[in-house]
Design a protein around this ligand. Structure first.
Ligand code: CMP
Length: 140
């Protein structure tokens, strides 16, 4: 099933020059980048994006981190894209992530885990719409 998912290269990934590394893995996996831009969220925007985590103990720190520097946001499209990209990323906690995944190789912390990806079709719909309008997404 062809799906879309939202990918974010987080501020740690951007500042550590991992943009190319992450994009190379996305393209090698056969996922198509159909929208992409670099943005800098403010605290309010980061809180809006992560509103499902409101009230969790890591919410304040996470939204401080996500507004601390630029992120690269992308829409990925492909067969089973949500699960495929989650496999490329590895588990949220890099210590639990499989060998060869982005987080296992590059994350330094459960929060500073280099990348984000949508976890369901519903969250992909919300997350893509949070950053992109119709005109910014390539529809072939
Ligand atoms: P992400 O996939 O972007 O979704 C929520 C983010 O919260 C997660 O990656 C981490 O960056 C961060 N986070 C920090 N602590 C935790 C935790 N204990 N459980 C889940 N996510 C956490």
């Amino acid at each position: 099933m062809i799906q879309r998912t939202l990918s974010i290269i987080k501020p740690d990934g951007v500042s550590r020059n991992l943009i190319g590394e992450v994009i190379k893995r996305i393209e090698s996996a056969g996922l198509k980048i159909i929208a992409m831009k670099m943005i800098r969220m403010n605290k309010v925007q980061a809180k809006g994006f992560y509103q499902v985590h409101e009230g969790k103990p890591f919410y304040e720190s996470l939204t401080d981190f996500m507004s601390s520097g630029p992120c690269v946001v992308m829409v990925l499209e492909g067969d089973n894209a949500i699960e495929k990209y989650r496999k490329l990323m590895g588990a949220t906690d890099y210590r639990m992530a499989e060998e060869g995944t982005i987080r296992r190789e590059f994350a330094t912390d459960i929060e500073k885990n280099v990348v984000h990806g949508s976890d369901s079709p519903e969250s992909a719909h919300f997350e893509i719409g949070y950053f992109f309008n119709q005109l910014e997404i390539i529809n072939e």
